[in-house]
Unconditional design. Sequence first.
Length: 157
Amino acid sequence: MGSVYCAPLLAGLAFLTRNPSPGSSALLQKAFMQKRILLVDDNPTMRRLIRTFLEFRPDVEVCGEASDGLEGVEKGVELKPDLIVLDFYMPRVNGLQAAIMFHEVIPDTPIILFTVFKDETLERLAHTAGVASVLCKTDEVTTLTDEIQRLTGQPKN
Protein backbone atom coordinates (compact mmCIF):
# COMPACT_ATOMS: atom_id res chain seq x y z
CA MET A 1 0.00 0.00 0.00
CA GLY A 2 2.93 2.34 0.69
CA SER A 3 4.05 2.15 -2.97
CA VAL A 4 0.73 3.68 -4.04
CA TYR A 5 1.72 6.82 -2.15
CA CYS A 6 5.39 6.73 -3.15
CA ALA A 7 4.92 6.30 -6.91
CA PRO A 8 3.54 9.81 -7.57
CA LEU A 9 6.22 11.35 -5.37
CA LEU A 10 9.00 9.47 -7.14
CA ALA A 11 7.55 10.35 -10.55
CA GLY A 12 7.43 14.02 -9.56
CA LEU A 13 11.03 13.95 -8.35
CA ALA A 14 12.15 12.22 -11.55
CA PHE A 15 10.37 14.90 -13.62
CA LEU A 16 12.01 17.71 -11.63
CA THR A 17 15.48 16.23 -12.05
CA ARG A 18 14.99 15.84 -15.82
CA ASN A 19 13.25 19.23 -16.25
CA PRO A 20 14.73 21.61 -13.72
CA SER A 21 13.07 24.95 -13.32
CA PRO A 22 14.80 27.92 -11.68
CA GLY A 23 15.30 27.04 -8.03
CA SER A 24 14.07 23.43 -8.34
CA SER A 25 17.52 21.92 -7.76
CA ALA A 26 17.85 23.92 -4.54
CA LEU A 27 14.38 22.74 -3.53
CA LEU A 28 15.28 19.09 -4.18
CA GLN A 29 18.57 19.45 -2.35
CA LYS A 30 16.87 20.99 0.68
CA ALA A 31 14.17 18.29 0.71
CA PHE A 32 16.75 15.53 1.08
CA MET A 33 19.25 17.28 3.33
CA GLN A 34 19.55 16.62 7.00
CA LYS A 35 17.94 19.18 9.26
CA ARG A 36 20.65 20.96 11.24
CA ILE A 37 19.78 21.35 14.93
CA LEU A 38 21.47 23.53 17.56
CA LEU A 39 21.09 22.29 21.16
CA VAL A 40 21.24 24.90 23.92
CA ASP A 41 21.07 23.48 27.45
CA ASP A 42 23.28 24.03 30.50
CA ASN A 43 23.13 20.33 31.45
CA PRO A 44 25.78 18.37 29.49
CA THR A 45 24.06 15.07 30.26
CA MET A 46 20.77 16.37 28.83
CA ARG A 47 22.55 17.67 25.71
CA ARG A 48 24.23 14.30 25.23
CA LEU A 49 20.93 12.41 25.65
CA ILE A 50 19.08 14.70 23.22
CA ARG A 51 21.95 14.49 20.70
CA THR A 52 22.06 10.69 20.93
CA PHE A 53 18.31 10.37 20.46
CA LEU A 54 18.13 12.86 17.58
CA GLU A 55 21.06 11.40 15.69
CA PHE A 56 19.33 8.03 15.45
CA ARG A 57 17.21 9.74 12.81
CA PRO A 58 18.88 9.92 9.39
CA ASP A 59 17.24 13.29 8.62
CA VAL A 60 18.68 15.10 11.67
CA GLU A 61 22.18 16.38 12.36
CA VAL A 62 23.10 18.15 15.60
CA CYS A 63 25.35 20.87 14.18
CA GLY A 64 26.32 22.38 17.53
CA GLU A 65 25.81 22.64 21.26
CA ALA A 66 25.89 25.49 23.75
CA SER A 67 25.73 25.56 27.55
CA ASP A 68 23.88 28.86 27.99
CA GLY A 69 21.76 31.29 26.00
CA LEU A 70 24.56 33.72 25.17
CA GLU A 71 26.84 31.01 23.82
CA GLY A 72 23.80 29.63 21.97
CA VAL A 73 23.17 32.91 20.17
CA GLU A 74 26.84 33.11 19.19
CA LYS A 75 26.74 29.56 17.81
CA GLY A 76 23.43 30.24 16.08
CA VAL A 77 24.95 33.15 14.16
CA GLU A 78 27.98 31.04 13.27
CA LEU A 79 26.22 27.77 12.36
CA LYS A 80 22.88 29.00 10.98
CA PRO A 81 20.89 25.91 12.06
CA ASP A 82 17.51 24.89 10.66
CA LEU A 83 16.07 24.73 14.18
CA ILE A 84 17.09 25.45 17.79
CA VAL A 85 16.22 23.29 20.80
CA LEU A 86 16.49 25.65 23.76
CA ASP A 87 16.29 25.06 27.51
CA PHE A 88 14.55 27.67 29.63
CA TYR A 89 16.47 27.81 32.90
CA MET A 90 20.17 28.49 32.19
CA PRO A 91 22.93 30.72 33.58
CA ARG A 92 23.85 34.14 32.11
CA VAL A 93 21.01 34.30 29.57
CA ASN A 94 17.85 32.21 30.01
CA GLY A 95 15.84 30.62 27.21
CA LEU A 96 13.35 33.47 26.82
CA GLN A 97 16.08 36.10 26.66
CA ALA A 98 17.99 33.94 24.18
CA ALA A 99 14.87 33.47 22.02
CA ILE A 100 14.51 37.24 21.70
CA MET A 101 18.19 37.53 20.76
CA PHE A 102 17.93 34.66 18.25
CA HIS A 103 15.05 36.42 16.50
CA GLU A 104 17.17 39.54 16.15
CA VAL A 105 20.05 37.73 14.42
CA ILE A 106 18.48 34.65 12.74
CA PRO A 107 14.77 35.53 12.60
CA ASP A 108 13.57 32.68 10.36
CA THR A 109 14.95 29.89 12.53
CA PRO A 110 12.24 28.10 14.52
CA ILE A 111 12.86 27.57 18.23
CA ILE A 112 11.55 24.80 20.47
CA LEU A 113 11.69 25.68 24.16
CA PHE A 114 12.39 22.28 25.76
CA THR A 115 11.95 22.59 29.52
CA VAL A 116 10.76 20.97 32.73
CA PHE A 117 9.04 24.22 33.75
CA LYS A 118 6.19 24.19 31.22
CA ASP A 119 3.02 26.05 32.23
CA GLU A 120 0.55 28.42 30.56
CA THR A 121 2.38 31.57 31.64
CA LEU A 122 5.71 30.35 30.31
CA GLU A 123 4.08 29.26 27.05
CA ARG A 124 2.53 32.70 26.60
CA LEU A 125 5.84 34.45 27.34
CA ALA A 126 7.72 32.05 25.06
CA HIS A 127 5.41 32.67 22.12
CA THR A 128 5.74 36.42 22.69
CA ALA A 129 9.53 35.96 22.60
CA GLY A 130 9.26 34.21 19.23
CA VAL A 131 9.36 30.58 20.31
CA ALA A 132 7.49 28.34 17.88
CA SER A 133 6.75 25.54 20.35
CA VAL A 134 7.12 24.72 24.04
CA LEU A 135 7.67 21.08 24.98
CA CYS A 136 8.14 19.47 28.36
CA LYS A 137 11.22 17.34 28.96
CA THR A 138 9.07 14.87 30.90
CA ASP A 139 6.91 14.10 27.84
CA GLU A 140 7.78 11.23 25.54
CA VAL A 141 10.93 12.14 23.65
CA THR A 142 9.22 11.31 20.36
CA THR A 143 7.21 14.52 20.78
CA LEU A 144 10.49 16.40 20.27
CA THR A 145 11.31 14.62 17.02
CA ASP A 146 7.73 15.02 15.80
CA GLU A 147 7.88 18.75 16.49
CA ILE A 148 11.28 19.09 14.81
CA GLN A 149 9.86 17.41 11.72
CA ARG A 150 6.78 19.60 11.74
CA LEU A 151 8.73 22.84 12.14
CA THR A 152 11.50 22.05 9.65
CA GLY A 153 9.16 20.49 7.11
CA GLN A 154 7.23 23.71 6.62
CA PRO A 155 8.40 26.06 3.88
CA LYS A 156 9.86 29.32 5.18
CA ASN A 157 8.09 32.50 4.15
